[in-house]
Ligand binder design. Sequence first.
Ligand code: COA
Ligand code: NAP
Length: 276
Amino acid sequence: MLIQRLLPPDLFATKTVFVTGGGSGINLGVAKHFAALGAQVAICGRTQARLDAAAEELRALGARVCPVAADVRDMAALQAALSRCREELGDVDVLVCGAAGNFLAPAEQLSANAFKTVVDIDLLGSFNAARAAYDQLRRTQGSILFISAGMAYMPHAFQAHVGAAKAGIDMLMKNLALEWGSHGIRANSIVPGPIDGTEGMKRLSDPGQQAQFVGGIPLQRMGTVDDIGQAAVFLASPLASYITGCVLVCDGGQNLAGSAFFNQGAQQMLRAQTRT
Ligand code: COA
Ligand code: NAP
């Protein structure tokens, strides 16, 4: 990891990081970046076996780890997870709200429950995590990182549910930055661009179209999980101690080209799914 060469290995020593959705993908990558810099890490998700496997990867980096199953839609389960994290690792210094759900669906085919499900996981789940961690974050004067998405500020076809949820997350982030700043708590969002090899990309784009997709990104490459881990450790570190209420877009400039290519590709994917 690049951070291991560029940042002190004890940057987050004595710090506790709690990552929702930390059992896989981008969020696990974020957890690994904190672990590699000395943090102790708690991860939550719905699947204990997935969390246990992720915990082994984090322990291999030297971290003490608390893998605890909780659905972010269930406030009582999250509160229990945060209490267990506190007992095992101490108060949370950094909360990462990364749990999310996504699928392509035309708005006219979304059921009320499909829309609600994504809003509940992404937006309500982020609020639940922040609210459940508040007392601990206040004691540590900690910070919150929300994992948002480009759909929050640029419409993408077949993503009405995700756009609404992620836009809500970014405004929630700003409200918490405003209200909790006086307690020393910072809040920021990271917008990952298209990140190679992730569940999110698998669901939203056809690998056969990747070359064309990359051609539309100003920096001419897909993002990596490490790109997001690096942004996360920066925002949670003392280097960013005066940064709060910020949406950090980490997408190689993809948003500058708009969502048109994404929309065409997604339409072809949906048509292919309908045929099978
Ligand atoms: N298109 C349209 N509607 C869909 C859908 C799809 N591809 N997938 C699920 N839904 C609908 C369901 O039909 C259901 O609505 P209904 O009750 O009106 O039929 C509703 O969404 C909830 O589905 P359910 O499977 O019960 O939800 P869940 O809570 O078990 O799972 C999901 C949540 C649907 C988001 C699931 O895809 C998931 O677990 N995702 C996590 C991983 C992920 O998405 N990673 C990428 C992050 S970017
Ligand atoms: P992922 O691997 O599927 O990560 C999502 C995680 O959330 C999973 O570990 C999942 O575990 C967990 N989760 C889902 N529903 C949950 C719930 N109700 N309660 C608790 N945990 C839950 O997908 P990813 O692509 O890496 O995405 C990670 C984050 O990055 C998401 O916030 C996504 O919106 C954002 N993002 C991704 C991309 C991209 O290119 N991939 C781009 C922009 C933004 P369980 O299923 O075991 O619960």
